[in-house]
Design a protein. Sequence first.
Length: 251
Amino acid sequence: MTTLNRDEFSRAVSEWIAVSERYQEVERLIPTSNIFEFDADQVQWLKDKNKCNEFCAEVGVYDGKLILIFCPLDERGYKIDQDEYAFSRLAQCSGDIRLVETKQYTVVKHAVLSNDLQRIDDNSNTYFPVANVPVLEQDKVVAAIESWRNEGMDWFYNESKKYEQTKQRNIFERFYVPSADISSSESGKTLDKVICSFGLKYSAIFQQTLVTLIFISYYKEDKLENGVGASVEMISNTYDWSRPCPPICKL
C-alpha cells in the first residue's frame, strides 16, 4: 500500500496550499486528462479507519507530483491523526474508463383460480429502479469529467486572477466525500480498484462552478442479484459528488 508518514503528509498538504494560486505551477502539476487510482488495500484501509458518514480527501504535492490523500474522520467529522496515510499520484489512466449504469425493472404477475379452475382474479405490478446509494446519472458524470478536461485550466486561471484582486481563496485544499463512494454494497462483487477524476459542476447555491471528485469503482466479479416482488436496485459504479473546501468548509 502506497503511504505517507505524518511529516510527509503535513509537508505535502502545505506545499499544495503554497503553489495552488500560482497558475503556471498548477498548469504543470495538473494535466486535466489524468486521474487518481486507489487499489483495494488502500480503500479497505480507509474503510477500517473511518468512523463518519463521509471521509476527507486532502490534496497535496509530493516529489513534484499532485497527490490525493485519504484521511479518515471520527464520528463528529474531525480528522483522525494517523501514523501513515494512503495516497495516489495524479497520473494518466492505464486503460479506458468504463462507467456502468444498470436499471432493471421487475414485473410481477398474479393470477387466482377458483377451486373449479376458473379465473377469478389477476393483476400485474411493475417495480421501478430505486437507488439505495447516492449514485450519479451517467450522462451528468461524463459531462462533468469532459468539462474538467476541457475547461479545468480555465477555471484555475480565473480563480488565480480573482485571488490576486481580492485575496479571497476559492481553490480547493481538500474534499469531503460520502463514505458510500468507497463502499460496495453489491453482493457477489469484490472491489478491484477505485479511479477518481476531477469534475466541474455548477452549484446553484454558491452561484459558481465548483471542482468536485468523482469516484468510479471497478470489481473483479460481475454477479448481480436482485430481489423479486419489490423495487430493485439501480446499479452503478459511479458515486456521489464530493464537497470542495474551500468554499464549502463546515468545520
